[in-house]
Design a protein around this ligand. Structure first.
Ligand SMILES: *Cc1c(COP(=O)(O)O)cnc(C)c1O
Length: 371
């Protein structure tokens, strides 16, 4: 199993991006093949890509340097000439957190959608916001991008299917920002392929909960991946001895992915333990995130962040992020910090001005902090 006790990420609740390479990953990196992948001569990399293609049920896959690169290339593949637009959740990483990549790399307008249920986008939301037709005033929707998970929440697979069928009936492509699709699959038991059959392309991160040091992977049709290789090169993402990276990614798949269900179980247990002291989440806790609802939990976030320092756990805001390297001791320390913060918040004078305004996952400005 993974070495969980020695990682620098043992007390790290800010994000699952803080996971560190395991000893098995480092060993695999040292023993990787060193072919030049720009010439497609690296066996380790080809094997990794084939394995992802197999798992997703897609024709082909391409290792990319980051989830951002996978998303930007993935969406670009489906677009030809403006005017065109991409429809997605207003919190979507591809829109809100990729340095305006869609505007720059795809010349695309975005239709950001606030889901009516406040949690995830549904077919009704899509129908309300999609731009169809050839009215010259508008930028027709050419791509719908769905983020799964979003805020740790898993969009139900039948909703994904409905959106995909609607999109395809109108000639719209569907991209999945599946940075954490691994988590969705681990949480629901639906295979990656069951999800991916509804998408024209999917981008997944290997450096988040999966714990590899670098990278992501884009899966789609053979023809799309051929084009994606071209776009990746153009963006400076042609990697020479890519084997050192894909070897670690392969270990992440084999070694860490199977531990994700356990991470989710611990997050659920944390939810129950926090409920017992009146601390509740903003949105459902489906996978590895718990977004503290500071207002409803009567918790001052400034006080909490101070307590986290005292208890030697790292938190930056309302999002508690679990991953395979978080130690059980650190979870206990985090609960102590929260419990202490609840107690101290009660003692604050009624006219106390919070040092830090609680902000909800639903607030757009807040979203800039999350990756
Ligand atoms: C982190 C993240 C990405 C981008 O991944 P990077 O590897 O950080 O570029 C894309 N989508 C979502 C939902 C993410 O959380």
């Amino acid at each position: 199993m993974t070495s969980t006790t020695t990682s620098a990420a043992a007390n790290e609740f800010r994000s699952d991006t803080f996971t560190t390479p395991t000893p098995a990953m480092l060993e695999a990196m040292a023993n990787a093949t060193f072919g030049d992948d720009v010439y497609q001569e690296d066996r380790t990399t080809s094997q990794f890509q084939q394995e992802v293609a197999r798992l997703t049920g897609m024709e082909d896959a391409l290792f990319v340097l980051s989830g951002t690169m996978g998303n930007q290339i993935g969406v670009r593949l489906h677009l030809s000439q403006p005017p065109h637009s991409v429809l997605c959740d207003y919190r979507a990483h591809v829109y809100a957190e990729e340095g305006s990549g869609l505007a720059i790399l795809s010349q695309a307008m975005v239709t950001p959608v606030h889901p009516a249920n406040g949690i995830y986008m549904t077919l009704d939301d899509v129908k309300n916001w999609v731009t169809l037709g050839d009215d010259i005033h508008v930028a027709p929707t050419r791509v719908i991008s769905l983020e799964v998970t979003i805020g740790g929440v898993v969009t139900p697979i039948d909703e994904i299917q409905k959106i995909s069928e609607f999109a395809h009936a109108h000639g719209i492509k569907v991209h999945c920002d599946g940075a954490r699709l691994w988590n969705a699959s681990a949480a629901t038991g639906h295979s990656l392929a069951e999800y991916c059959q509804h998408f024209d392309s999917v981008s997944m991160c290997v450096s988040k909960g999966l714990g590899a040091p670098i990278g992501g992977v884009l899966a789609s049709t053979k023809q799309n991946i051929k084009q994606a290789r071209w776009l990746r090169k153009q963006q400076g993402g042609g990697i020479r001895q890519a084997g050192v990276l894909t070897a670690a990614a392969m270990v992440a798949l084999k070694e860490v992915w199977p531990t994700m269900a356990e991470t989710h179980r611990k997050t659920k247990q944390l939810e129950r333990d926090l409920a017992a002291i009146g601390v509740v989440p903003q949105i459902p806790v489906d996978t590895n995130f718990f977004f503290i609802d500071a207002a409803r939990s009567k918790l001052d976030m400034g006080v909490l962040l101070e307590q986290c320092q005292k208890f030697h756990v790292r938190l930056m805001d309302e999002r508690i992020s679990l991953h395979h390297q978080v130690s059980d001791a650190a979870i206990e320390h985090l609960k102590s910090a929260i419990s202490e913060a609840v107690r101290i918040t009660k003692t604050l004078p009624p006219d106390y001005l919070p040092k830090r305004q609680p902000s909800g996952y639903g607030s757009t400005s807040k979203m800039n902090e999350y990756s």
